[in-house]
Design a protein around this ligand. Structure first.
Ligand code: FES
Length: 222
């Protein structure tokens, strides 16, 4: 093995399109890795290929989701791996948005920045269930609508932190979203409801009664 091509899913939603992406990778005689959420991670795939004797690895970022990070993150992660790689180190090239493959030199920015030292000042954490049932019932549509509504209402990191979770348990109500620290749970969160949660709950401070789920707390133990 010498030259190798890797397609890298960039968005948190790309893991949901795994089969489609894998077919595209096979079509291009490439393998598939994920920048986040999916397996194998980009670092794991780079290590596998390097251990197998690859001398040149070209990365192409692809995304089908609503909140993919910029392609600069592909360079950051690849450069971090390249600098940390203990064994034989292949040439790694990252394809830009314009389709130009640019080699990693090791001088690229790392994984830390002074701007990322502090916990954000968010008032709400919105927990989006990405468990099996919610995913099958269209959680990604709610996610997409929620991201667009957050942008439309100009909410920032000081307003809301979106968190993707595994199963939150009330699977029959899928897709499920909970809003913390308000301890408000919603079911049947399709694109319309997701946008309503942003406009009503996060912006106006009013719970969306039509989709709120009952919350039965266990007995106090202390
Ligand atoms: S999969 Fe979402 S609540 Fe179970």
């Amino acid at each position: 093995m010498t030259d190798h091509l890797v397609l890298v899913g960039m968005s948190v939603s790309d893991v949901d399109a795994r089969d489609e992406l894998r077919a595209e990778a096979e079509n291009r005689q490439a393998t598939l890795a994920f920048l986040q959420m999916g397996d194998p991670s980009l670092s794991a795939e780079l290590t596998r290929l390097a251990d197998a004797g690859a001398t040149t690895i070209t990365l192409v970022g692809i995304d089908r989701g609503p909140i993919a990070p910029g392609h600069s993150w592909l360079r950051r992660i690849a450069a971090h791996w390249w600098r940390e790689r203990a064994g034989a180190r292949p040439d790694v090239l990252v394809t830009t948005d314009l389709g130009v493959a640019v080699p990693i030199t090791g001088a690229e920015p790392g994984l830390t920045s002074a701007a990322w030292a502090d916990v954000s000042g968010h008032r709400h954490q919105v927990m989006l269930c990405r468990g099996p049932r919610c995913t099958a019932m269209g959680a990604v549509d709610g996610l997409r609508a929620m991201v667009l509504a957050i942008i439309e209402h100009e909410l920032t990191d000081d307003d809301v932190l979106l968190v993707h979770t595994g199963c939150q348990f009330p699977c029959n109500q899928a897709p499920v979203v909970s809003v913390q620290p308000d301890d408000v749970w919603y079911g049947g969160v399709d694109a319309t409801v997701a946008a309503e949660i942003v406009a009503e709950h996060l912006v106006a401070g009013r719970v969306v009664d039509s989709h709120q789920l009952p919350r039965n707390k266990g007995p106090e133990t202390c």
